[in-house]
Design a protein around this ligand. Structure first.
Ligand SMILES: [Zn+2]
Length: 467
C-alpha cells in the first residue's frame, strides 16, 4: 500500500490527507464482508478453487478457506453473501487506457474546453470500475487530467478505479510519426520531462520512442527507473527492438513486431499490450458481433452501431488486423507476459472486447485472465498488494455469475465489484444518460462504412478471409 500512496502524499498537503481520512464513514474501514460458496480463479493460473469462503476485513482479504462459512470466522457484524457457486476473480486492469481522449474525433466536441474533458475522463473511469476494471493505467492524457482523477479516487472523493497515470507521453519533436509539434530533444530535455512527470504524480512513463536516438531512449529508461517508475512505449518496427534492448519495461501496440524482437522480449521479461481492439477491421467487427450473438449476448442495436464506430477509429486493412493477431499469438507462445489494453474507450466495454479478442486470437481463457490481472500488477510493481486473490492482499475483486474459463464472454456476467473491500453499488444510477451518449451525438460522414470497407478490401459477411 505504501507504494500506492507515495504519489498521493507527495502531491497533497499532509493536513488535507488527514482531513480526508476523517471523512471516511466510521464503519467503512472496519467493515467485514464474507463471500461464501464461491469458486476462486486466483489470477496465478492454478486450478479453480471450489467451494471457498473469503473473509474481507476492511480493505484487505483476511482469510480464504475451503468449505462453508462459520460465523465464528469473522464475528457477528459481518455482511455475509452466499453466492451460490459464483466465480471470484481479481479485479481487472485496463493497461492502455485514455480517460478523456476520444477516438475518432467527435465533431460534437469540437472546441471542447478543459472542464468538459475532465468530466468525461471521470465518467469513463467510474464506468470502467462498474465493469470490474478496478485498475486503469492511463498512457497519455493532457494537462495531468489522469493524475487529478488518480488523486481524487485515492482520496475517496469518488469511488473509482485505481488510476496509474502517465500524464502526457514523453516524445521528441516530430515523434509519433510527426504528430508531436514540440517535444523534448536531447538527453537533458528528456531527463527533465521524465522527472517533471513523476514530480506531478505520474506512476508510469509513456514514451513515443520510435523517433528517439539511443542516448535519449536510454536516458528516459534510466531516469524513470531511478525514480521507481516503469516505462512503456508506443512502438512499431523498426524501433521496437531498440526499445526492448534499452530496457523499456512494456511495449504498446507493437505493430509488425519481428520474431527477433519477440524473442528478446521473452528473454528480458518485457511486457506487451497488443491493443488488438483498436486495430479491428470491418471483418473483425463482423466476426466479433457474430461470435457474441452466437454466445447469446444480444446487444442493443444502437450499442453495436456505436462501438462499431469506435472500432473504426483506427481503421486498418484485414491483413493488418490479422497480422497483429498473429503477433499476439506468437508472443503468447514465446512466453511474453501479456497485458489487456484497449486504447479505445470507454475503458470497461472496450476492455471486455480486448479480452474476447485475446481468446479469438488463440490465447487461452486462463492466460487472458492472467493478462488482465496478475501481469498488470506485476509490471506496475504492486503485485504484493494487488493482482491476485490471496490472503493479505487488497480486496479488489470481481464476482461473476458464470465461468469465464468456459466462455470468456462470461466476464460480462458481473454480480459484484469490490475495490479495497468497498462494495461498488452496481444498481446506483450515475446519471440519466450513458457513456455511449457521447458517441450517439456523432454523425459519420456519408458512406463512411462503405468506403472504409472498400478501401480495406473487405466484403461484408465474408469473414473467412480473416481467419
Ligand atoms: Zn493509446
Amino acid at each position: 500500500m505504501k507504494a500506492l500512496r507515495t504519489g498521493l502524499v507527495r502531491a497533497m498537503p499532509i493536513l488535507l490527507a488527514g482531513l480526508v481520512a476523517g471523512l471516511m464513514p466510521a464503519g467503512l474501514a472496519a467493515q467485514t464482508i464474507v463471500l461464501t460458496n464461491v469458486n476462486i480463479i486466483d489470477g496465478n493460473g492454478g486450478p479453480v478453487q471450489e467451494d471457498m469462503t473469503i473473509v474481507i476485513s476492511g480493505e484487505r482479504i483476511a482469510s480464504i478457506t475451503q468449505g462453508p462459512y462459520e460465523s465464528s470466522d469473522a464475528g457477528d457484524g459481518a455482511e455475509v453473501h452466499d453466492l451460490d457457486g459464483a466465480w471470484v476473480l481479481p479485479g481487472f486492469w485496463n493497461m492502455h487506457a485514455h480517460l478523456s481522449v476520444m477516438f475518432p474525433d467527435n465533431p460534437a466536441l469540437a472546441g471542447e474546453r478543459m472542464p468538459s474533458k475532465v468530466i468525461r475522463a471521470g465518467l469513463n473511469s467510474i464506468d470502467g470500475l462498474r465493469h470490474g476494471f478496478t485498475s486503469v493505467r492511463s498512457v497519455g492524457e493532457e494537462d495531468y487530467i489522469d493524475v487529478a482523477w488518480q488523486q481524487a479516487f485515492d482520496h475517496g472523493f469518488f469511488l473509482g478505479p485505481r488510476v496509474f497515470a502517465s500524464g502526457a507521453p514523453v516524445s521528441p519533436t516530430a515523434g509519433h510519426r510527426g504528430y508531436v509539434e514540440e517535444g523534448a530533444d536531447g538527453v537533458a530535455a528528456i531527463r527533465k520531462e521524465v522527472r517533471r512527470r513523476v514530480q506531478k504524480g505520474a506512476r508510469v512513463i509513456k514514451l513515443f520512442s520510435v523517433e528517439m536516438l539511443p542516448d535519449e531512449l536510454e536516458t528516459a529508461v534510466q531516469t524513470a527507473h531511478s525514480l521507481g517508475v516503469h516505462v512503456t512505449s508506443h512502438v512499431r518496427e523498426p524501433g521496437a527492438y531498440a526499445a526492448v534492448k534499452a530496457g523499456v519495461d512494456c511495449l504498446e501496440h507493437g505493430y509488425g513486431l519481428t520474431d527477433e524482437t519477440i524473442e528478446l522480449m521473452a528473454e528480458k521479461g518485457t511486457f506487451y499490450t497488443p491493443t488488438i481492439i483498436c486495430n479491428l477491421s470491418a471483418g473483425y467487427i463482423a466476426e466479433r458481433e457474430a461470435r457474441l450473438a452466437e454466445l447469446g449476448y444480444a446487444e442493443d442495436e444502437e450499442i453495436v452501431r456505436l462501438r462499431t464506430m469506435v472500432a473504426f477509429a483506427d481503421e486498418r486493412s484485414p491483413e493488418f488486423a490479422l497480422e497483429q493477431r498473429q503477433i499476439l499469438a506468437k508472443a503468447a507462445k514465446a512466453g511474453v507476459k501479456l497485458l489487456i489494453g484497449s486504447d479505445s474507450m470507454p475503458v470497461g466495454e472496450m476492455g471486455f472486447l480486448e479480452m474476447e479478442q485475446f481468446v479469438l486470437s488463440g490465447v487461452s481463457e486462463m492466460d487472458t485472465i492472467i493478462a488482465a490481472t496478475r501481469n498488470a500488477a506485476e509490471v506496475q510493481g504492486v503485485l504484493g498488494d494487488l493482482g491476485t486473490v490471496e490472503e493479505g492482499k487488497l480486496a479488489d475483486l470481481v464476482v461473476l455469475g458464470a465461468n469465464p474459463l468456459e466462455n470468456i464472454s462470461n466476464i460480462r456476467e458481473t454480480l459484484m465489484v469490490l475495490k479495497g473491500g468497498v462494495m461498488v453499488d452496481l444498481d446506483a444510477q450515475l446519471g440519466t444518460s450513458t457513456y455511449w451518449d457521447y458517441y450517439g451525438s456523432m454523425e459519420l460522414p456519408e458512406g463512411f462504412l462503405a468506403e472504409s470497407e472498400e478501401a480495406a478490401g473487405f466484403q461484408r459477411g465474408n469473414t473467412a478471409t480473416d481467419q
